[in-house]
Design a protein. Structure first.
Length: 293
């Protein structure tokens, strides 16, 4: 899929193939610029809801690039290029700071909802990441367990000593870890034995195919069972229909996110939505940890 850029119709970046090196360089130059300007990289926020009460159990931060000439760009249009460059370090720091600032803002409004941030594989090779996370959490006075870091098993090499050290250090701070897109990697099960996580996110492709594919259904069902067995939370991603929702409830899945509940929401609107969700679900946020109760 090649994205056509505005008026010049030049293929900009194709996530399935290869962007030309000129495209990459242009994109990186523009990203560098975006990181230095306040309103280009913004977070869209998608609530995760408890399937039995509808209460918000968390919010996932999803980056958007309000490009001054190309309009709104989605992560698939720039994350791959970013991950293969040095810019991933300042980018990750930027997203983490925006997300932690948001969690602080919610806390000030009495909303004890955790925020999830997607980490690229490359960030886990950055040995300074844990201390930067710790510094941000203390600067914004956000309890560590309000931050959930999502890692995708397809891109993380848990055999790498640096990666496991970084993950251990993050755990030591008290942040939560989630496996994103669970089931899409070659070694999903092995991953769980190597990295201690708090949450498993069932990949949206399985949720989407649940109704027509017995295989997809079996994967969702066994992931929910596995999570229960290992005492991990399980979140179903990409829930788009009421049928998928009831099937997930039937399977005993804890929580879900997807267009059926909410699309990713602009930062200006999210706290209003969270307040509404909390009051319509019985006036409290489902506690993740004892401290939040
Ligand atoms: P992900 O973490 O698995 O995020 C889920 C994606 O599914 C998001 O796409 C979200 O907008 C989309 N989605 C949510 N509900 C539905 C639904 O009901 N149906 C369908 N079809 N899709 C739904 P998005 O925002 O384009 O993000 C794509 C991927 O980009 C993310 O996958 C994540 O891996 C990556 N990403 C997003 N933000 C960041 C970031 O700040 N840093 C890094 N490193 N990666 C990010
Ligand atoms: Mg994610
Ligand atoms: Mg995912
Ligand atoms: Mg994904």
């Amino acid at each position: 899929r090649a994205k056509k850029s505005g008026s010049d119709s030049v293929a900009w970046y194709d996530s399935t193939g290869d962007a030309s090196s000129t495209d990459r360089l242009a994109l990186l130059a523009e990203l560098r610029e975006a990181l230095g300007s306040p309103h280009q990289l913004v977070l869209a926020l998608q609530p995760v809801v408890d399937l039995s009460t509808g209460a918000p159990t968390g919010v996932e931060a999803l980056v958007r690039w309000r490009h001054p000439r190309r309009g709104e760009l989605f992560p698939r249009e720039f994350i791959d290029v970013l991950e293969n460059s040095e810019l991933v370090v300042p980018f990750t720091r930027y997203v983490l700071e925006r997300a932690i600032a948001m969690a602080a803002d919610w806390a000030a409004q009495g909303l004890s909802v955790p925020i999830s941030v997607n980490l690229s594989a490359r960030s886990l090779l950055d040995v300074r990441l844990p201390e930067e996370v710790a510094e941000l959490l203390s600067r914004y006075r956000v309890p560590a367990h309000r931050l959930i870091l999502e890692i995708t098993e397809t891109v993380v090499v848990p055999e790498s000593k640096t990666v496991t050290d970084v993950l251990d250090a993050l755990r030591a701070i008290g942040v939560q870890l989630a496996v994103d897109d669970f089931g899409t990697g070659y070694s999903s099960l092995t991953f769980l034995t190597r990295v201690r996580v708090d949450e498993v996110k069932v990949d949206q492709t399985f949720v989407a195919r649940m109704a027509e594919s017995p295989e997809a259904m079996a994967i969702v069902r066994t992931t929910v069972e596995l999570a229960r067995e290992l005492n991990l939370r399980v979140v179903a991603e990409g829930v788009e229909t009421a049928e998928q929702r009831s099937e997930l409830v039937r399977l005993g899945c804890d929580s879900a996110q997807g267009y059926h509940f909410f699309p990713p929401i602009a930062a200006e609107k999210i706290s209003g939505v969270l307040h509404e969700l909390v009051s319509s679900s019985g006036g409290r946020v489902i506690p993740f940890r004892q401290e939040d109760a």
